[in-house]
Ligand binder design. Structure first.
Ligand code: NAG
Ligand code: NAG
Ligand code: NAG
Ligand code: NAG
Length: 332
């Protein structure tokens, strides 16, 4: 029985890339970096990512919107802005979520380019495309992350994890140098620009349903990394690998640690850049509750939120992240 969501992001596989797609997200006070930095904005901001900051098409609010034949491209360069484009199908919220940017941060900044349909009629299971173009110089060593632009699944969670049977993903993303989406990820070209980032799903879990939806209060943060560009962007517990599991031919290795809020951060990290992934990642959750004990979630804990995006650390020149396709289907 499907209770959930099907969130297919984008998808036109044409020769010319159209900008990006999706990802989940968490509001600003929601996401904490893998390195455990405090969110910069805890409430009081115009939007915490939990509410709708956009107008009826997801644009507006003084944002630059180009409209062409019922298709709108809107650029959001805000530090935090919840974009919940009205949709007659699945609902999701996008957010530039630049929670680590301070008055001392330097660089070209970060903008999220979201494509919406004026008629609000997306193809089944299809979310708006998006891409993210950014460049930041190194932040201080204690606060290297500038943000986690992402897309979050709405209306499906919280859900007890033992009431979920599958968490199917169908994913294709790219990262490239420059201001437009790349057709494929040229790792060497990005290394030459000293890119420090990851591409990851970010989930929060707790025994309490309300806390599981609050990234500051949830006991567990569980991440699934599809790329770690270099060791500057490393998960908690790096250097001390745990168990591994292979899904869809992709090997994920578990790293565990605690952040500065004493939350347990459990990260499954691929050892190679994984642009495409099609498969059920639910076994990565069952492995955790099968460990037992208080350092791991229990099977009757709640999954409160699930987001997909990229953590922006630093890079020499502009890079663009494009989630060409993001489909998530949570089955109970
Ligand atoms: C936003 O993305 C669309 C589709 O890829 C592109 O046509 C448009 O130029 C982009 N806008 C900006 C400001 O980059
Ligand atoms: C909605 O708008 C898009 C873009 O203009 C168009 O391709 C699509 O056919 C429209 N859908 C409906 C049901 O009108
Ligand atoms: C670089 O990215 C920023 C943020 O998306 C954008 O405002 C800027 O126009 C891009 N290009 C240059 C040359 O800075
Ligand atoms: C999340 O928890 C923090 C800390 O208790 C609280 O300040 C914040 O308002 C909560 N956020 C939401 C969206 O409930």
């Amino acid at each position: 029985m499907v209770f959930g969501v099907g969130l297919l992001v984008n998808a036109v596989l044409v020769a010319i890339p159209v900008g990006g797609s999706v990802g989940a997200l968490l509001g600003i006070d929601a996401h904490r970096a893998a390195t455990g930095q405090k969110p910069l904005f805890t409430g009081g901001n115009s939007d915490d990512g939990m509410s709708n900051g956009g107008d009826s098409t997801g644009g507006g609010g003084g944002h630059d919107t180009i409209t062409n034949n019922g298709v709108q491209h809107t650029l959001y360069c805000d530090l935090s802005y919840g974009i919940t484009p009205p949709s007659k199908t699945e609902q999701y919220t996008l957010n530039p979520n630049q929670w680590g940017v301070t008055s001392d941060s330097t660089g070209n900044g970060l903008c999220m380019n979201v494509t919406t349909l004026v008629n609000q009629t997306y193809a089944p299971q299809t979310a708006p495309e998006f891409s993210i173009t950014w460049q930041f110089d190194h932040g201080p060593q204690t606060a290297p992350v500038h943000g986690y632009p992402n897309i979050r699944v709405d209306n499906v969670l919280p859900k007890e994890i033992d009431q979920i049977s599958e968490l199917n993903l169908d994913l294709h993303w790219t990262y490239g140098v420059g201001d437009t989406p790349a057709e494929s990820t040229d790792v060497q070209a990005l290394k030459n620009e000293n890119l420090a980032t990851n591409v990851a799903i970010d989930m929060f879990l707790d025994a309490d349903a309300d806390k599981s939806q609050n990234a500051s209060e949830a006991k567990f943060e569980v991440m699934v990394w599809f790329w770690m560009s270099n060791e500057e962007a490393q998960p908690h517990g790096w250097g001390n690998p745990g168990i591994s599991r292979t899904l869809d031919g992709t090997k994920f290795t578990l790293y565990t640690g605690k952040n500065d809020k004493e939350q347990y951060v459990l990260s499954w990290v691929t050892d190679v850049m994984t642009e495409r992934f099609t498969g059920d990642i639910y076994p990565l959750i069952t492995d955790l509750y099968n460990f037992g004990g208080s350092d791991y979630p229990a099977k009757d804990d709640y999954l409160g939120s699930l987001s997909f995006g990229t953590e922006a650390y630093s890079v020499n020149s502009n890079v663009t992240f494009w989630a060409e396709q993001y489909k998530i289907d949570i089955k109970s």
